[in-house]
Every structure is written in structure tokens, then in C-alpha cells.
Design a protein around this ligand. Structure first.
Ligand code: S5P
Length: 379
């Protein structure tokens, strides 16, 4: 594998590079703070199991990957509850939608329909098979979603009669009489606590009840987490997470450049074109789904996320693992240390374990040790 500075840089150092977009920067800082480069692929079929899994494993991951269309009873409540767990346990959500259609269609698939992915998933992914317009279309849809959210929150805050209290809610400020011409954030307002209604035409100064969750999310719209000195990093994780702040309301895309499945058709030429498309959308495309780092130009700072990862059972080290349906597995060590990947994506290796929580920790540690070895531990 050709050497590239990103292979030996720490996640934190990469978070602070100008080539990291704001969400990528946040994710890299989060990985560094939580010391986890593990993404859980939560491929389960009910909302209850999804939420239970997210809660059990949340402390060990930086990212939770969903396939919302395999959850039989998915509703807006599922995404809200998942977001709440993500906020509490501090991880990002990645909907593995693998868009692959014309621009107009993917915009609708991303923002509408039953799942309305753009409202709750910070990250999604796409094949570039239809050409580069798929990226432009998704980027525009993402921008519209963010703008709508910011407008809703901004309108809410600016309608407030006085400075927002530090902890959000001031019950005395509530005025239940106003609920016409409702402005809502993109997330549905089912949660009793999130009273965002504001009368647009007659914006009474006493209308708004700004809740804790909204005030926190508003603060986190800031474009980039603060850069920290390496040596402030001995503070405990909770303090660091507080300092990092909430996940910003931003959206980002991964491009599929190389799959883990046997006989996939993504040739080196296809991969090269994929990287070129990513380079012309650096703000929106945070990285790739690939089996190795594809960073090669000086400005490349793409994040490589890699599925097809399992730890062999004790005594079977070195054995080639698969699932008899084309999936091929590599170890965290091989992917992170030898292939230069940044985040391992693990599904059945954790989901099918008896104790998912401790199995997630085992994967987290293996991937983290491999990363430390890659960058030279004491950096
Ligand atoms: O090349 C790929 C790309 C993806 S996103 N190979 C994959 O396996 N995936 C996804 O990663 C796949 O859809 C599944 O959700 C997960 C792997 O799950 P596991 O159970 O095999 O770890």
C-alpha cells in the first residue's frame, strides 16, 4: 500500500486538517475522544431490538449503521428514539441506503417516503454507477434539509422574548394559544418536550418554548468542533465529550468504491472514477466504503469505512471467513493496520454474540490497538 500522510496521522490530527469537512471533523474528534473506530451494523428486524442493541453497544461505537428498510415496524418514533440514544451515548447514525438512481429519484428517496432518511441519518451512501449527478442531487437535498432545520430553529430562537436560558426550557414562557402556521424542524415533533410551534405571520414575543434538546442542538450547529491541544487529552472521556459538544445537524455522503463481497464488479478503473468524483465534492463526501485507504493525493483526507470484518473464533486464527453468500471477512488488524482503513463495520460478529456488549468491546479494542500500531503508539 502506497504511503500517505493520513495513514500515520492520528484521528485527532486529521480532524483539525482543513481538508476535513465539518461533520468528518466531528466524527474524527469523536473517534479520538471515545477511542473507538468501530461502527456497528445493526441489521435487526424490529425497532425494539434495534433500540436495545444501540443502547447496549452505544458506548463502544462511533457510528451505528442501519438498514431501515429491514426493520418491519419502522416509524418516525423509531428514528426519534434512535436519535435520542445516539445523543446520549454519543455516536453518529449512518443509513446504509446505497442510492443508485437518477438525481431526481434519489432526492425523493433520501428525503421522502416512509423513512425520510435525511431527517435522522447524518451519513448515508451511494453508488456512483449512474454518474456524478447522484452526488450533486443528494448534496442539494441535504442542504435543503439542513436549511429547513436551521430556519425552523432560528425562527424559534429569534421569536424568543429574551435570552434563552442556559438549560433551555422556561415553563413560564409557554403560551399554548399559538399553534397556527406551525414551523417545524425536519424531525417530527411528536415528543411532548419539543414544542417548536411558532406563529409565522404574527410572531408574538411570548410564543416560544425552547426546550433543552433544541437548545443543545442549536448550539451544535457550529461548523467545527474546537481544536484541542494534544496534551489536554488526558481529561476523562466524559469531560472531553462535553467539550466536543453535540453532533452538529449536518449531512455527509460515503461513496461505495469497493465491496467486500466476492466477485464484485467494482474494477480499479471504476474505483479511480469514484475517487475523482469524491474529490470534486470534498465538502459533502466524507469518504468511502472500501477495503483499503484510497487517499493518494496530498489533499486527500477521506475516511475509509470497511465492512466484511470479523474476528475468528479462538483457535481458528488465520482461517478465511465468509458467510456462504459471498461475504468475505478480514480481521480488524488486517483492515486497519495493513489496509489503512479508518473504521471497521461489524454486523453479525457482534449482533449474533451472546453478550453483544462485551463482544463490541472486543472488536473496539482490536481495531483501536491496530490503529495505535499504525500511527506509532505514542504520538
Ligand atoms: O461492501 C460492502 C458494503 C456494505 S455497506 N459489504 C457489506 O457487507 N456492507 C454492509 O455491511 C452489509 O449491507 C451489511 O449491513 C454489513 C456487513 O454485515 P456483516 O454481518 O457481514 O458484518
Amino acid at each position: 500500500m502506497a504511503s500517505h500522510p493520513t495513514l500515520t496521522s492520528s484521528y485527532r490530527a486529521r480532524a483539525n486538517l482543513p481538508t476535513s469537512g465539518p461533520l468528518a471533523s466531528y466524527l474524527l474528534s469523536l473517534i479520538s475522544t471515545k477511542q473507538t473506530n468501530l461502527c456497528l451494523s445493526a441489521d435487526v428486524e424490529t425497532s425494539a431490538e434495534l433500540l436495545q442493541l444501540a443502547d447496549a453497544v452505544g458506548d463502544s461505537i462511533c457510528l451505528l449503521k442501519t438498514h431501515c428498510d429491514i426493520v418491519t415496524d419502522w416509524t418516525d418514533r423509531t428514528s426519534q428514539a434512535l436519535r435520542e440514544i445516539a445523543r446520549r451515548k454519543r455516536f453518529l447514525i449512518f443509513e446504509d441506503r446505497k442510492f443508485a438512481d437518477i438525481g431526481e429519484t434519489v432526492q425523493k428517496q433520501y428525503t421522502s417516503g416512509h423513512h425520510r432518511i435525511a431527517l435522522w441519518a447524518e451519513i448515508t451512501n451511494a453508488h456512483v454507477l449512474p454518474g456524478p449527478a447522484i452526488v450533486t442531487a443528494l448534496e442539494k437535498a441535504a442542504e435543503a434539509t439542513i436549511a429547513k432545520y436551521n430556519t425552523a430553529v432560528h425562527t424559534e430562537i429569534s421569536a424568543s422574548p429574551r435570552t434563552q436560558p442556559p438549560n433551555g426550557v422556561d415553563e413560564d414562557e409557554e403560551d399554548d394559544t399559538v399553534d397556527e402556521t406551525v414551523i417545524e424542524p425536519p424531525m417530527e415533533v411528536e415528543n411532548e418536550e419539543r414544542r417548536l410551534s411558532a406563529k409565522a405571520t404574527d410572531r408574538k414575543q411570548s410564543v416560544v418554548s425552547v426546550t433543552t434538546s433544541i437548545s443543545m442542538r442549536t448550539e451544535s450547529i457550529s461548523p467545527r468542533p474546537d481544536a484541542h491541544d494534544e496534551d489536554t487529552f488526558n481529561l476523562d472521556t466524559a469531560t472531553e465529550l462535553l467539550r466536543l459538544g453535540e453532533v452538529p445537524f449536518l449531512r455527509s455522503l460515503l461513496l461505495l468504491a469497493e465491496m467486500s463481497s466476492e466477485g464484485h464488479l467494482m474494477t480499479p478503473e471504476y474505483q479511480k472514477k469514484t475517487v475523482e468524483i469524491a474529490r470534486s465534492h470534498r465538502e459533502f463526501v466524507m469518504g468511502f466504503i472500501a477495503q483499503r485507504s484510497l487517499n493518494s493525493e496530498p489533499d486527500d483526507n477521506f475516511i475509509t469505512m470497511t465492512p466484511g470484518c470479523q474476528l475468528p473464533p479462538p483457535g481458528q486464527e488465520g482461517k478465511k471467513l465468509g458467510d456462504n453468500l459471498g461475504q468475505q471477512y478480514n480481521t480488524p488488524r488486517k483492515l486497519i493496520l495493513e489496509q489503512g482503513c479508518d473504521i471497521i463495520i461489524v454486523g453479525r460478529g457482534i449482533v449474533r454474540a451472546q453478550d453483544r456488549q462485551s463482544e463490541a468491546e472486543r472488536y473496539r479494542k482490536a481495531a483501536w490497538v491496530a490503529y495505535e500500531e499504525r500511527i506509532g503508539k505514542n504520538q
